[in-house]
Design a protein around this ligand. Structure first.
Ligand code: FES
Length: 377
């Protein structure tokens, strides 16, 4: 098992940083109460959620499991929901969505597992540079993909790759609550060493006779492995021993897995019993016939920048024009990139819907301009 743990805080460095240039800057500039008090207590804020890194464990060659202790502004989460984590990298504030993987009943702690994507701007940084004692920003928990408050008796939890985290939270929460109805957990991964929660899952299944764990390891010496064979199929539901007409099913993972599971539930008329979380945007809606040639100009009113519309999302085009608008997931989930469109028409790349209303809030990571567009950036 690949495990590397960092629990050594870096208070000395943090203290020096805070009492050095930050303090000098703060005293020379008028700020709100938050800014002064955070020099002494970095997690303090009157309104914002900030969290101290308690530990960082590197359990797989590509992931880091980070335990956070949020400040008093944190209102907790429902298993399955996600949070937006913000951190400053190279002077730029970056925000990304992550789903807590721990139980709702974990004493106010939040456990996130970050999978480092090659070439990613945030995840490799979090995996290699984050240390105990660091402070990050958090949003309140959000999203409808969550364990219902009235717990279903029978559950089928299906995850692929890093989609395991919200379902781990559900399983751990149910186990903490002594849930005794049948729960089947189906997980799809390339190999056991890529499963950040392999040991935790096995322990829960061993301790709770109502929990059934079935894994499909698709690349073990090219032969497959685990209790399931290959990619998701209707047989796997049968092997899980769960009645899909009675159970609430939850799926989170790559688009191919989510689509396969969704197709199966749709074919059997049980769609309303399936809860879906994607961590990639659905395929783009087809372009209207007359919109394949980008035209017009983009005006970024607040910064006074103008650029020709070259196609692509407004976020990509704003960045290409040298601006640094806030962004997070870049797939329409977190709303970090929301800004006011002052004029012009945009197309939502997820739905294909065209909006021409002036003065409306749009998500620029999933909006492409149709002709002239003015944004309040
Ligand atoms: S960056 Fe997350 S919704 Fe646009």
């Amino acid at each position: 098992m690949f495990t590397e743990s960092t629990t050594e805080p870096r208070p000395a460095r943090l203290g020096r940083r805070l009492l050095g240039s930050s303090l000098a800057r703060a005293l020379a500039t008028p700020h709100g109460v938050d800014r002064y008090v955070e020099l002494v207590k970095p997690t303090f804020s009157l309104r914002d959620v900030r969290a101290e890194v308690v530990s960082v464990q590197r359990r797989t060659p590509t992931s880091a499991t980070v335990t956070l202790r949020p400040n008093d502004n944190w209102r907790g989460f429902r298993a399955g929901q996600h949070v937006l984590l913000s951190t400053e990298i190279g002077g730029v504030r970056r925000t990304r969505p992550y789903s807590p993987a721990n139980s709702e009943h974990d004493g106010g702690l939040v456990e996130l597992t970050v999978h480092a994507r090659p070439g990613g701007a945030v995840s490799p940084h979090l995996r290699t540079r984050l240390l105990a004692g660091d402070v990050v920003g958090l949003s309140q928990a959000q999203g409808d993909f969550a364990l219902p408050r009235r717990r279903p008796r029978e559950l089928l939890l299906i995850s692929g790759g890093s989609g395991i985290t919200p379902l781990m939270a559900m399983l751990r929460t149910l186990c903490d609550e002594g849930h005794d109805g049948p729960i089947a957990f189906l997980h799809y991964a390339r190999a056991e060493r890529h499963i950040a929660y392999a040991e935790a899952l096995a322990r829960l299944a061993a301790r709770h006779p109502n929990v059934r764990l079935l894994r499909s390891l698709t690349r073990v010496g090219g032969l497959g492995g685990g209790e399931l064979d290959g990619h998701f199929s209707a047989d796997h539901v049968e092997l899980a021993g769960i009645d899909p007409e009675e159970a609430e099913a939850f799926v989170c993972g790559p688009a191919a897995l989510v689509d396969a599971v969704h197709g199966q539930w749709a074919r059997t008329g049980l769609e309303q019993r399936l809860h879906v979380e994607r961590f990639a945007p659905p395929p783009l809606a087809p372009l209207p016939a007359d919109a394949d040639a980008a035209s017009g100009a983009l005006r970024f009113a607040r910064s006074g920048v103008e650029a020709a519309n070259r196609g692509g999302t407004l976020l990509d085009q704003a960045e290409a024009a040298g601006l640094r608008p806030q962004s997070g997931c870049r797939m329409g989930i977190c709303h970090t990139c929301s800004c006011r469109k002052l004029a012009g028409a945009v197309r939502d790349v997820r739905s294909g819907e065209i909006s021409t209303a002036p003065d409306e809030q749009i998500q620029i990571c999933v909006s492409v301009p149709l002709g002239d567009v003015t944004l309040d950036i």
